[in-house]
Design a binder for this molecule. Structure first.
Ligand code: HEM
Length: 136
């Protein structure tokens, strides 16, 4: 069964991340991953979709990732219910954009020091969630 990204109450995703996943990985590791991801994203053809100041995007994305992995609910506290599909509707995201976005995460996951098992959990989560964001 698919998780419903529009569910306002949904703050973490136990389908993808086992109990203790966040604690084992740590907040800094997740922030590092997101930072590497954006270093690739700004070199990609998706760059114009994002604000000039990519640091804000980095914080929002890391806050969200920390939350879904079972960490503190920074995103909910700062930005409210996730509603990720709705938040992406203003941006024209087709399959080509999704693939490019995923390839930035592929490179970031290849770069970062982390167990293959944990990388797979993150990859599988992104692979499925990213399909919900395709809106064109
Ligand atoms: C399918 C490819 C995707 C593209 C092209 C894309 C693109 C974007 C763009 C252009 C923004 C607005 C700029 C910004 O606020 O940083 C954004 C925001 C965001 N995206 Fe994505 N995104 C994709 C998939 C995802 C996925 C799979 C997730 C998480 C599971 C995600 C999480 C976020 C978050 C947390 C924000 C900030 C929303 C806010 O609070 O304003 N994105 N994305």
């Amino acid at each position: 069964m698919n998780p419903d990204p529009e569910q306002p109450q949904q703050t973490s995703n136990q389908k993808y991340f086992p109990q203790g996943f966040f604690e084992a990985l740590g907040e800094e590791k997740i922030r590092e991953l997101v930072k590497i991801f954006y270093s690739y994203l700004i070199q990609s053809s998706l760059r114009p979709m994002f604000p000039d100041d990519i640091q804000e995007s980095e914080i929002k994305a890391a806050d969200f990732m920390i939350q879904v992995m079972g960490g503190p609910k920074y995103y909910l506290e700062k930005r409210g219910p996730a509603r990720m599909r709705a938040r992406h509707l203003p941006f024209a995201i087709d399959e080509k954009a999704r693939k490019e976005w995923m390839s930035c995460y592929r490179q970031a996951l290849d770069d970062i020091e982390m167990s293959e098992e944990n990388k797979n959990h993150i990859w599988n989560f992104l692979e499925e969630q990213s399909r919900w964001m395709v809106n064109r």
